[in-house]
Design a protein around this ligand. Sequence first.
Ligand SMILES: NC(=O)c1ccc[n+]([C@@H]2O[C@H](COP(=O)([O-])OP(=O)(O)OC[C@H]3O[C@@H](n4cnc5c(N)ncnc54)[C@H](O)[C@@H]3O)[C@@H](O)[C@H]2O)c1
Length: 334
Amino acid sequence: MHPITLTFLSQGDIIKTGLSLKETIAIIEEVLKEHGLKNIENPPKPGVHPHTDAFIHAMPAYFTRTKATGMKWISVFSSNPEKGLPAATGIIVLNDADTGFPIAVMDAAYITALRTAAVSAISAKHLADKNAETLGIAGAGIQGRYNLLFIKEVLTRLKVVKIFDRNENILKKFKDDYSNAFPFTIEICGSAEQAIRDADVVVTATGVLDKPIFKEAWVKTGALVLPVHSKGWEPGLLHHAKKFIVDDWQQFNTNMGLPGGYYHPLPPLYAELSDIVLGKKPGRESSSELIVNFNYGMAIHDIAMAAGVLRKAAALGIGQTLTLAEGALPHMLS
Ligand SMILES: NC(=O)c1ccc[n+]([C@@H]2O[C@H](COP(=O)([O-])OP(=O)(O)OC[C@H]3O[C@@H](n4cnc5c(N)ncnc54)[C@H](O)[C@@H]3O)[C@@H](O)[C@H]2O)c1
């Protein structure tokens, strides 16, 4: 038997492949179409919960058309940043769809950061008011930052970004990094309410929360609300939205092993995001619609991104080849 080898890509290797914002958005848009056409397997993610503010999720996926397949094993430990550690870490394993062999192992944190924010950008493209000028973000961590970097690509009339984080150091770093980087104003807010009120597009991206802290009354008529985290909004927001949209209904509806998940009982679903990307359902139809779009994150995004990164890495000669198995298993055991 030939040895079985695989490619290992560190976070630095993935960054070196130079995947751009536009390339990422294009991959994720294509993935959403495949989701809407049902050319995928993407079972709801099971997880374990070592702390109340933490989880580790297993996220397998398979594309029937492109044959990309594999799994992400991702942890989010929301108290890590207080210890100077990243909240999200993990690995992605890609498999060969013909043999099942693992063909690559790579960092998951960077791909997760990119693909999640790219989904928000695609949502904003279809669901935000065309004249949206104000983006409000609660949580200035990785997702808060990357959501800004991606959403600014589609909100071409953006004038003000209002940002709040309960950690003043993180907020200050956000301001230092971005204040002079863009042609819009970065406004530091003293509360989540201040960041959310009057915002045309609202992103909430705090750590894992155990109770609702974001109030429906703060959201303006006609806003698009994009919760990146799974809990934390008053449930009335979902019920009073004109359009309630999720990325994957089966996953949202069974989140945390409960029918209806955390927000049980759920309002009727208007559409999955992929239906809107495919044009099966209209996106925003008037500037007065309140639209709420939860994107809990799908494994298909990670696997498509990882497959794209692996192709780029191979072309650029980036990554290490590791031997997984040298030959056949021993025939005799001592
Ligand atoms: N939907 C998806 O696909 C997806 C993907 C990745 C991460 N997430 C979720 O997004 C969230 C953010 O992830 P991250 O990687 O950016 O984490 P992060 O730790 O880098 O950022 C979270 C930020 O929220 C701040 N925060 C925590 N509680 C707050 C509060 N009550 N008010 C204001 N700010 C508060 C923290 O200080 C921190 O800066 C997590 O809940 C994570 O599970 C979702």
